[in-house]
Write a protein that binds this ligand. Structure first.
Ligand SMILES: [Zn+2]
Length: 106
């Protein structure tokens, strides 16, 4: 497989959702209950009628992180159930915002 991890860009070991793949390190995170959050260009992304985004229609900007699935659901809200097992798309700037929040709440 010569796909790249959606989180870090390293060589992927497994396709987790549609055509999105993940590397061994981030697969381990996912197995422990973490999901990927990926920043997108909202204007360049095609949304489905119910407001969800298919990975192949997302215009990724690059920044990505992994957070606990239940935290993602609480903070980021609705997501397709199947998608919520693995990834959430977020607006530009969300990851740096979450990081600043996490530091303060610790
Ligand atoms: Zn990775």
């Amino acid at each position: 497989m010569n796909r790249q991890c959606v989180v870090c860009g390293e060589d992927a070991v497994e396709i987790v959702l549609y055509d999105s793949a993940i590397c061994a390190d981030h697969k381990a995170f996912n197995d422990r209950g973490y999901v990927a959050i990926l920043e997108i260009d909202v204007l360049g992304t095609k949304f489905e009628e119910d407001g969800t985004i298919l990975p192949q229609n997302a215009h990724l900007l690059g920044p990505a992180a992994m957070i606990k699935r239940k935290e993602a659901k609480r903070i980021l809200g609705y997501n397709d159930e199947k998608m919520a097992e693995f990834l959430f798309f977020v607006d530009k700037g969300t990851i740096s915002f979450l990081k600043s929040r996490t530091i303060h709440s610790n």
